[in-house]
Design a protein around this ligand. Structure first.
Ligand code: DX5
Ligand code: ZN
Length: 226
């Protein structure tokens, strides 16, 4: 058992001050970086050059969330650059297992993400090839949206497999996580909580990370406090 992981999403940060905004959440467990290509999702953010620059200014393990087409081509370079975890979307990959193997071979953890409407059952067999499962709790593309509680059923399915010893994977949730929603996610079995606006709209982002971590730990049957 481990404590909850909190991953602030810099999508909600000031992009002109990314190094400072990263330093403002120095106590975070992972730094969540949303890569969008304006094809897989209707928004455009940043790519490998910005990730490479950010890697030079922080020691926080980087959690790259690729909302892009053709992850087979684009995902492994993020692992080579030094990202801690590289997550791509199930809906975007023809051969997710091959992509996961390439990411792991390049030295990172491999993550699979599913949109709110994508069922998890067809992917359960291949989850052993992954280190993290990112369950989207909003439609990918934008921060500041409302949490979709129905996705917690997918979290529960995977949590039970992990608790039964049939799978070793961290369950991550992304979208609409804040003081009001994090407890339900923790109760459902999430290990890692992405939070963008809840962290960066706070007067003190580091304190917001700590508050979220405490709330998740207190609510969760499978996470330990501290
Ligand atoms: C949305 C991104 C999220 C986003 C979350 O597509 O994947 O990581 O930053 O933002 P909040 O926490 O504001 O919903
Ligand atoms: Zn994300």
């Amino acid at each position: 058992m481990a404590g909850p992981l909190i991953a602030p999403s810099i999508l909600a940060a000031d992009f002109a001050r990314l190094a400072d905004e990263t330093a403002a959440v120095a106590g975070a467990d992972w730094l969540h970086v949303d890569v969008m290509d304006n094809h897989f999702v209707p928004n455009l953010t940043l790519g490998l050059p910005v990730v490479e620059s950010l890697l030079k200014v922080t020691d926080i393990p980087m959690d790259c969330h690729l909302m892009i087409d053709d992850p087979a081509r684009w995902a492994p370079p993020y692992a080579e650059a030094g990202a801690y975890n590289v997550t791509f979307h199930a809906e975007a990959a023809d051969d997710p297992v091959a992509v996961a193997r390439d990411i792991r071979a390049a030295g990172a953890k491999a993550g699979l993400s599913v949109k709110p409407g994508t069922p998890i059952d067809p992917y359960l067999e291949i989850l052993r090839e992954f280190d993290t499962l990112l369950v989207m709790s909003v439609e990918p593309g934008f921060g500041g949206q409302k949490f979709i509680p129905e996705v917690l059923a997918k979290v529960g399915i995977v949590r039970r497999l992990v608790d039964a010893g049939e799978l070793t994977i961290l369950v991550e949730i992304d979208g609409g996580i804040n003081d009001d929603t994090i407890e339900a996610a923790a109760e459902a079995g999430v290990d890692c909580f992405v939070a963008g606006s809840a962290v960066y709209s706070a007067a003190d982002p580091a304190a917001a990370v700590e508050a979220l971590r405490r709330k998740a730990a207190a609510a969760s049957p499978h996470l330990t406090a501290g």
